[in-house]
Design a protein around this ligand. Structure first.
Ligand SMILES: [Zn+2]
Length: 273
């Protein structure tokens, strides 16, 4: 065991060990971070002169995947659109969206707000089609990716999220994939208020490329405890294989990287909420 590029969230291969295999994880522009709300600079004119705008056709959600460490929806980028705010006039397309969560409802988000964690965090991953030809090329560039982050709080059942939750039993094991036939609109997974924090950071999973403009919505969305439990039922090993880990029956839980130092990076905010 322990192939060269193996990583996960365990003690042996978890976030504190990533730097040994993925040098970029040791950089000074890493994510997630703790959002110190008092430190946020509200340069309203710079950000609100070009409001953040997005468009997602519900048909863009194509496949639901269990990569062994989260659930992920792969999208068809055509027709999707994200621009404005810190992205200025560059046009970004949606590549995929995925989620992070905890073993209990009191933890699970990657970013924290004034030290407080949420039950989960949804990431919509976009790439800069104005400057780059492929997602892979964009992922290596400092302005190549933009991720919309949405905090999940335990409350009432989320209707759009339930479409995903209902499909998750079909991808309960690692490497399983299911085609999405009922339209799932990622726009309906965003909160009803557009206020956000933004800073320059990285992918939160190896190789931790420092290519992400983070846009974190201040307002959370609600999902039910039951929906989170469905997430926690995913397994990190393939069907038919014996569970390699005696811990938690190989459940995908606590798939979040702890906050990294913000250092001298600027944290900006737009919108009040
Ligand atoms: Zn993520």
């Amino acid at each position: 065991m322990g192939s060269k590029d193996e990583w996960d969230y365990s003690i042996q291969n978890g976030p504190s060990t990533w730097v040994t295999k993925f040098p970029m994880a040791a950089g000074s522009r890493q994510s997630p971070v703790n959002i110190e709300t008092k430190r946020a600079e509200s340069d309203h004119e710079a950000l609100s002169s070009k409001p953040l705008r997005w468009k997602y056709p519900a048909t863009a959600s194509r496949k639901l995947v269990n990569p062994g460490y989260c659930w992920r929806v792969d999208t068809a980028g055509e027709g999707t659109f994200l621009s404005g705010g810190p992205l200025m006039d560059d046009v970004y397309k949606l590549e995929q969206y995925h989620c992070h969560w905890g073993c209990s409802d009191s933890r699970g988000s990657e970013h924290t707000v004034d030290g407080q964690a949420f039950a989960g965090e949804l990431h919509l991953v976009h790439w800069n089609t104005s400057k780059y030809k492929t997602f892979g090329e964009a992922a290596k560039a400092s302005d190549g990716l933009a991720v919309l982050g949405v905090f999940l709080k335990v409350g009432k059942t989320h209707e759009e999220m339930d479409k995903i939750a209902r499909l998750l039993p079909y991808v309960s094991h690692k490497d399983e994939v299911v085609e999405i036939t009922e339209p799932i609109d990622p726009g309906k997974l965003l909160p009803d208020d557009n206020g956000y924090w933004t800073y320059l950071g990285s992918l939160t999973t190896p190789p931790c490329n420092e290519s992400v403009t983070w846009i974190l919505f201040k307002k959370y969305i609600e999902v039910s405890h039951h929906q989170l439990n469905i997430f926690r039922n995913l397994r990190k090993f393939p069907r038919g294989e014996e569970c390699p880990c005696h811990e938690n029956h190989g459940a995908v839980i606590n798939n979040f990287r702890p906050p990294m130092p913000l250092g001298n990076r600027v944290l900006r905010e737009c919108g009040s909420f």
